[in-house]
Design a protein around this ligand. Sequence first.
Ligand SMILES: Cc1cc2nc3c(=O)[nH]c(=O)nc-3n(C[C@H](O)[C@H](O)[C@H](O)COP(=O)(O)OP(=O)(O)OC[C@H]3O[C@@H](n4cnc5c(N)ncnc54)[C@H](O)[C@@H]3O)c2cc1C
Length: 471
Amino acid sequence: MPLRHDAPDTVNGRPAGGSFWFTTGNPGPRRTPLRGRHRADVAVIGAGFTGLWTALALLESDPSLRVVVLEAAVVGHGASGRNGGFCASSLTHGLQNGLLHFPEEVDLLEAEGVRNLAELVSFVRSEGIDAELEETGTLDAAVAPHHVGELEAYAELADRHGVPVQLLSRDEMQAAVHSPTFLAGIRGGAERNVMVNPAKLAWGLAAAAERRGAHIHEGSRVTGLRRRAGAVDVVVDGGGVVTASQVLVGTSAYSAWMARLTTAFVPIYDYVLMTEPLTDAQRDAIGWEGREGLGDAGHQFHYSRWSADNRILWGGYDAIYHPGNAVVPAHDRRDATFETLARQFTETFPQLRGIRFSHAWGGAIDTTTRFTVSFGEALGGRVHYALGYTGLGVGSSRWAAGVLRDRVLRPDSELLRLRFTNSRPMPIPPEPVRTPAVEMMRRAVIAQDANEGRGGWFVRAMDAIGIGFDS
Ligand SMILES: Cc1cc2nc3c(=O)[nH]c(=O)nc-3n(C[C@H](O)[C@H](O)[C@H](O)COP(=O)(O)OP(=O)(O)OC[C@H]3O[C@@H](n4cnc5c(N)ncnc54)[C@H](O)[C@@H]3O)c2cc1C
């Protein structure tokens, strides 16, 4: 039987895709679609975190620029308004993935990430953005016996790279969060993870960009880019055109509209449940007073957190590819995954058996073979893009925006000399190979969790060519 919930498809006439976050506040004025011909120094495509931080970075560097942001739907409509709100410092999708792909740069990237997160927190506070930001840090739980050794090994690795973490025994972990499934844990500090309400953050960033002079147009889907002398025509569905000297693209998992990006990523859907607010008795029953961002150590992992009004968000586990790179509203719901998540929630918190889920939704993740953001260009260097956060872009999108800004305003920037920013991940074959290849990877990851973390031949072959699976 499908899970019952009352997650809305629209809130105040705006598409919401079922996301709880869209119901939590005021998105600000409706921005008009772009019509007619316009000029800009820089056109930014997409008003998620990447596009909004990019507009801010450009205008903070040069307030005289004319920056036009074009958004197909509404501010924060994509992954930025639907995610778990874990705002992490890591730029590399974790230390281990960083070591796998960028061993020579990982310590520098760790430091850059910590600096970026501190600046993000300070910006949110100084702009007075009500993003429900909580400096909680994280807890990662071992939920299978082999995870305990994995967490111990991770703690040693973290120590070698100056990443402060604290190992927790079974008793300590269960004292922090009362779940019978937790066998050990690792605590990470607030300098490496804070929690946000992501939709409120996106709305606040849009307002901050507009205060600095950005022109944001909603309902303005870009359908193509045309090169012209010394500029690019950005063509918008419905008749608008922006002629811009530079174009910066932040359309993430929706980027198949740019043909050259289709092999750069796979859109993988991730799904989330939100409970109703817990009563005081229910809260006492699970502890979790530190309100940390909570995850587990499986390859198919769960993530969980409190909302400001004391609901619990519970997401992850399934990772679903819809053939043909489809990212459409029909995929915002997936009853089979919602049922699985609900069952696993009750196994984790049996004290909460019977609690109702008020919201259930999904969103597409721009997955790459390196699991990290990557950058590239088109049309002779007039168009630059950033995508590929693979589910960890809330914090790192701000750093990536700085790189996009540097690509057009600061060509001497040291960031542009990093292999992290100037090399690209292995491409992913198009259909008809893509669907069976992604399914094969998915099955391999499931088998790995079932096999005490050991990968089969497929995982080992992928590891050997540098395609990591660790989440
Ligand atoms: C369910 C879920 C949970 C997640 N949890 C976390 C988490 O806890 N922590 C974390 O760090 N990351 C998480 N992520 C990932 C994170 O949300 C993303 O990495 C991040 O939001 C990417 O931001 P973005 O601006 O690049 O992309 P998006 O937010 O997807 O923005 C792209 C925008 O471009 C617009 N667009 C698309 N095509 C066009 C076009 N042709 N013309 C104009 N506009 C266009 C879209 O409408 C959209 O608004 C999660 C993602 C999902 C889906």
